[in-house]
Design a protein around this ligand. Sequence first.
Ligand SMILES: *[C@@H]1O[C@H](CO)[C@@H](O)[C@H](O)[C@H]1NC(C)=O
Ligand SMILES: *[C@@H]1O[C@H](CO)[C@@H](O)[C@H](O)[C@H]1NC(C)=O
Ligand SMILES: *[C@@H]1O[C@H](CO)[C@@H](O)[C@H](O)[C@H]1NC(C)=O
Length: 361
Amino acid sequence: MEGETMRTLQPVKKSILFLVPCLLLLYFYNSWLTGFQPVNTVHPYILCKNSSGYSHNVTILLWHFPFGVSMKLDGDVCWDLYHIPRCRLVDQRSAISYADVVVFHNRELVMGHEKLPLDHVCPQHQRWAWMTLESPVNNGNLRQFSNIFNMTMTYRRDSDVPLPYGMILPKAEAEEAQLEVVPLNKSSLICWVVSNYQSHYKRSQVYQELSSLVPVQVYGKWSKNYLRDSKLLPTISHCYFYLAFENSIATDYITEKLWKNAFQGGAVPVVLGARLSDYRAVAPPHSFIHVDDFTSVKDLAKYLQQLAKDEKRYREYFTWKEKWEVKRFTDWRERLCQICLHFDTLPEHKVYPDLMAWMSS
Ligand SMILES: *[C@@H]1O[C@H](CO)[C@@H](O)[C@H](O)[C@H]1NC(C)=O
Ligand SMILES: *[C@@H]1O[C@H](CO)[C@@H](O)[C@H](O)[C@H]1NC(C)=O
Ligand SMILES: *[C@@H]1O[C@H](CO)[C@@H](O)[C@H](O)[C@H]1NC(C)=O
């Protein structure tokens, strides 16, 4: 620790005046060491965190663009678009010499399109973040990433920076007054949009059994009944129920099938994927029907049929809209800016020894 202190302070000998208050602070609060950060390698200076909670700009380096799709990061993106202050997004790789966080999107790493800059000696405080929105089976072999990453950015709630596909926010009082109309002009009992049908998926088995009991209207690539994007939500609004069935059964893996297709489409979601308790933790009360809540698919089918005939009880599944609204995350920049909201409470030191085990738990 002592050796590190000297290394951090040496380049700033000249700025003695500036250093004096810092050293005083250092004397009393040894742990504040991590607040020191050389931000410019040519004319190094340091910035101190003080007790009022002020902290310097957090610099986030995105090492490569997710799926190779570039984005504009110039200016103060996090403030201009999302009103998140003191948060700088950069993509110039030279910033690795001072960035607070370097973010790596998993897909390009596992595909071999991008490599980790492992030979680079990082500033001591720098954190490397591993980012993915995919479920464990779609992340490839993560064994190669043992003991490399300091933080995770995934849909899991226990990520250092959670990146849910969507969330609910309390409605402003003014908005509460203008209640959304429950779309009740329904022509289908149950709808499902599926592009990737694989018979061994749990969702396919549930669908097969369900459709043998009650009519299920299927759309998407698999059924050759393809829906254009602009037709998706209007079509779903004509269904009493929407099968928001995930392709993977994994902790917290709840995607736009719930947040967009069902909630924004205006059909009651029938969900399958994460545990009931995971859905309860993030979705509004009495807003969805979980397959696991039924002892058999037959019971589920009976329940759906009865509910569709009982307008009062059916409407109760929309009561949450009086108090809550759905917010979806669709822009990677907004996800990156989330780092700054969590930055001050990140653990000082953390390493993920086994991402695969963590992701699959
Ligand atoms: C933080 O970033 C903003 C916007 O990019 C900039 O105007 C400001 O000077 C920066 N502050 C520090 C202390 O680096
Ligand atoms: C209800 O939906 C049907 C089928 O999409 C449509 O033809 C009809 O005009 C709709 N009725 C109302 C009142 O919206
Ligand atoms: C980040 O992980 C590396 C590699 O294990 C480790 O050397 C470094 O101390 C960690 N940094 C932080 C801030 O946790």
